[in-house]
Design a protein around this ligand. Structure first.
Ligand code: SAH
Length: 215
């Protein structure tokens, strides 16, 4: 298996062909090896057009969804980004390649520790990872707010106010919103006077966001 060839094919057929056009996002998806973020047994499927199990009943998101959500964050390299749901750390690696700094939070300790190892092996050192494993851990990261971009990689019943509060003026929040079974991808932009502009795009299926702002 030549992973680099598989990755190029993934980017061309699943991402560019479906309309993702941000050159920086495309380059990051070409650069970051997805196979190191999946369990060894799934390495040969790492570049397939699908989400995959990562243990603890969680999944690494479909490559297209990672690219689409990242494109919607409109990163230019100077941003401070918050990610809720580190999971495998793959999306985190893409964000760290495209932004100045990434704060990422995960509630399942073994996943967070494995993600940390993968991210360190890629020498991505602009990432702060926090484990939110207590029942009443807040969604968000008050001490590091505001954020220029926020991405939630688990499905939420509503747009958490705590996250729009932590968005900088001009900032973008991308989050799957809907039922536990299926959601739509929602993008929220905070305007100059703090008003929120909301737009929905594609249907999607994420694992549920757990906790006070989730299920
Ligand atoms: N971007 C990840 C997606 C992982 S799935 C990847 O591609 O690998 C979503 C993750 O969100 C799971 O690991 C789950 O444990 C985590 N999660 C769910 N609710 C959370 C919460 N309230 N705070 C932090 N992480 C949460």
């Amino acid at each position: 298996m030549n992973y680099e060839i598989a990755r190029k094919k993934m980017v061309q057929e699943q991402i560019v062909a479906r309309g993702v056009s941000d050159r920086r996002v495309i380059d990051a998806m070409l650069k970051i090896p997805r196979h190191i973020f999946v369990q060894e047994a799934f390495a040969l499927q790492a570049y397939n057009d699908t989400s995959l199990p990562i243990g603890e009943k969680q999944t690494i998101s479909q490559p297209y969804m990672v690219a689409l959500m990242t494109e919607q964050l409109e990163l230019r390299g100077t941003e401070k980004v918050l990610e809720i749901g580190t999971g495998s750390g793959y999306q985190t690696a893409i964000l760290a390649t495209l932004a100045d700094r990434v704060c990422t939070a995960e509630r399942i300790r073994p996943l967070a520790l494995r993600a940390r190892k993968c991210l360190d092996s890629l020498r991505l050192f602009n990432i702060m990872l926090r484990i939110n494993d207590s029942e009443d851990s807040p969604v968000g990261w008050e001490e590091e707010a505001p954020f220029d971009a926020i991405i939630v990689t688990a499905g939420a019943p509503d747009i958490p106010k705590v996250l729009t509060d932590q968005l900088a003026v001009g900032g973008r929040l991308v989050i799957p919103v809907g039922s536990e079974a299926e959601q739509v991808l929602v993008k929220i932009v905070k305007g100059a006077d703090g008003e929120l502009e909301t737009a929905s795009s594609v249907g999607c299926r994420f694992v549920p966001l757990i906790g006070r702002q989730g299920w």
